[in-house]
Design a protein around this ligand. Sequence first.
Ligand SMILES: [Zn+2]
Ligand SMILES: [Zn+2]
Length: 316
Amino acid sequence: MVKMTVLASGSRGNSTVVSSSRTRILVDVGLSCREIFKRMAAAGEDPRTLDAILITHEHQDHVQGLAVTARKLGIPVYFTEPTHRAWMRWMTPQKKMTYAEWLAARKAAMEASAVPTNPEMDDREAFEEEHEELAAISEIKVEPEKDPCALPGVEYFSAGQGFSVGNISVTPFTIPHDAADPVGFVFEAEGVRVGLATDLGYIPPNAKRHLNKCDVLMLESNHDLDMLRDGPYPWSVKQRVMSRVGHLSNLAAAEFLETEYDGGAAYVVLAHLSENNNLPELARVSAERALRDRASLLANKLLLATQDVPLESIVL
Ligand SMILES: [Zn+2]
Ligand SMILES: [Zn+2]
């Protein structure tokens, strides 16, 4: 049995649970830990049974509660390396210094490093001692236990290279979006294939390939082009959303569903709908029209993921 529960979807937070009979994965943690646990409980899921967290990209609406949730559950986090680094930069507040302070800290650091090193000290000790001195000089607190980026475990994956978590095999694939190294995922377990792609400016050929032959397809349907054009965002933001590294419009999602999608999914979930530049009915009608010739009572049940309430679990 494979189960997918979308806990939240949209620009205020994204998180989805994908589970097999043996393994449970949380994809993105775009809500606070408290809210994730609350929504999981409401959906009949027990957070303590999660095995791993997978991250698509480092935007805030996908990582908001990551550190707290991972630490609370003591489970590993799977990133690509560039995404992990970008997340750490985002988590580490920049210390503001005047030029005079910076100069004084640098001078003191140079003097400190001029002290002859003890030849009996190994590299690690030397590094730690020097680090402590530098930290004292620049007044930056180095307390590993309070490191905001500390995680119980970090596992790196690369787009295009499959890996497994328990009995779920995961294929990450590159998507075009303005983040360090964003990915979509295909999950496969017990003969069921789940494809997931949100936050993408367009659907490149490799993503189209991965999003076919799925039993559950979760696809972004972010905005209605007219609503975005006439909407409240400044022009620069509109351009960003519409760009090839922005978000997928209802029209682009529908074009894929109509022309290059195989029509084989039992469930198509429209996701990451904009609250300002879309209406659920516009997204639904657009996708329904595209699927018209393919939809039957059994296949292609169309669902809309929402921001504030978990979507009813899909079980296959
Ligand atoms: Zn994003
Ligand atoms: Zn997003």
